[in-house]
Design a protein around this ligand. Sequence first.
Ligand code: ZN
Length: 208
Amino acid sequence: MDDAAPVVVARFADVSEIDADPGLLTTAELARHGRLVAAADKQAYAAAHILVRECSAELLGARREDVVIRQRCGRCGAVEHGAPAVADFPGIWVSLSHARGQVAAVAATRRCGIDVERVSRGPDRALSSREAAWVAGQQDAAYAFTRLWVRKEALVKAGHGSMAAAQRLDVLAENGPADQLGGARITPWEAPGFVGAVAICADRRTGN
Ligand SMILES: [Zn+2]
């Protein structure tokens, strides 16, 4: 099994495409959902947390209502944020992301990470010097920045580096944003105004 090709179910969707039944959320998820103020944030949160159940259910051959998502923060131990996992299935990994209007989720037989962001120009301190130079030379700097940013987020969620040291996680290849880095395969995604990326580790044992 370790040597088998990874099985991946990844989806990006407009929030309106998701039947986000809040009855499927856990107590911890509902608590977090209840504290969000903006309707667009509540809608995106619920949609992403349902979408990750749909991806997991498809991977497992189960029903989405039978998938229980648990989170636990590696830093503070809280159960209302942190990396998500499917309860009782240690052999699969999941990741989710939401921006207002767009959501993304992945379930895989390898460590994985996914990110979706509205196109925007973030700070150069998130970039290596060569990435910053590349972004500055692009016609659409916001689009270029976001293509790099979603790769960093997806890789960190898959276990590579940290966002605190995003500058050191250089995701630029010779011809533009990388599709392969440190043993992880990166698949880009985009829709008008949004950019996303999925990172899948090649080896389930080491996270590389
Ligand atoms: Zn925490």
